[in-house]
Design a protein around this ligand. Sequence first.
Ligand code: UT7
Length: 326
Amino acid sequence: MLRSRIIGTGSSVPAKVLCNKDFESFVDTTDEWIITRTGIRERHIAENGDCTSTFSYRAALSALEMAGIAADALDLIIVGTISPDMPMPSVACFVQHMLKANRAAAFDLSAGCTGFLYAMSVADAFIRSGMYKKILVIGAETLSKFTDYQDRTTCVLFGDGAGAVVLAAEQGDRGILSTSLYADGAYADLLLIPGGGSLSPVSQESMENRQHYIKMDGNKVFKVAVKSLEEAALAALAQNNLTGKDIDLLVSHQANVRIIDAIAKRLKLPPEKVFMNIERYGNTSAASIPIALDEANRQHRIKKNDLILLDAFGAGLTWGSALIRW
Ligand code: UT7
């Protein structure tokens, strides 16, 4: 059977780190509140003009090196992001040029924190259709540029960075077994950046109302996230005639340690089968799964033929899951 196999992973985060204590000096919060409610201790923040394409490029180089292929072997580059360098052109086109991936088509995909899963699912469909053989899929964000550092309910959560995978068409049982994608636009106003688009273009008024920053009703998002992620995970397992016992590692979107714990409990997964790095990166949105996947891979937490469950949830609202035979 023709499948998409991950033949390389990579990631990149900026060097600058903001610790929980740093926030105590400019918003009404505490290290204790942040760590107990979210599991986050520190996050990496862009500086010196670095932006989404910078981290994407570095993550891509590392994934290509592991894959052992040259950039001009790529047929397509997809970047899942909600914080592109600019509204146009796409981050994927900047990365295509930086890599000199001259044969590759390139586009961005917007699905909030589910962006990487959506992008990987689209790439998988291209590969299984026979249209493309090698695809670079990136999840990348510079959410610090869209974060309101006067709003304690959101500013402590987000971090910057990128993760990348190289998918290759291969015959056999290993690779992406299935992906399941979901959306419910009725929940759009729970998590959004209301200003700066065609509805409310940048103006003096929109700037004064801080409309170009992330707004989130975190508690409502939390409740929908737990229920939806459970459903997505169970649907993926059922579709493949598998159960929670078959999973070797859960690599979840890193938004809140309590959400990941709830899913792990529902699937009866012991802690050693749950990958977590939220403590060090915070919520990096579309970058969080590929950064976690790259770390798990490089730490040898994933072995050949392991069954890996990915799940993510984000603005849209969107959510989804993927099962991979490594
Ligand atoms: O990745 C995309 C999808 N996003 C998510 O999955 C995020 C899901 N949501 C969450 O992770 C959690 O809802 C948060 C971490 C965002 C918030 O945790 P919570 O336990 O849901 O807190 P809450 O929003 O119910 O707020 C509880 C209290 C409030 O104070 P009052 O009204 O009870 O006096 C907040 O104002 O905590 C207050 N609060 C804070 N206090 C100290 C909110 N943020 C902070 C803060 N420091 N940073």
